[in-house]
Write a protein of this length. Sequence first.
Length: 89
Amino acid sequence: MTKWQKQVKVAVANGTTIWPDRVICRQDGSVEMRRNFFYRHGMTADNWAADITTALESEGLEYGAVEARECYRDWPADSYFAARVYANS
């Protein structure tokens, strides 16, 4: 785990306005944050990525590219929004 990944993980866990269900530190240096959903209630993967970038900016963390995606699965499997954030290179 890189220093930047640790900073993102701590920032998300301590006091940001987002509450991801999972935070995954990838070997390529990126961090993926997931939010499970049963109903979308108007939420999209792009909205989730925007919330994450806003939270990182408020914590003073720089980042590079951001990827947003939605993984829809039939019940009873979990569907989720995912935002993958890359370190500023």
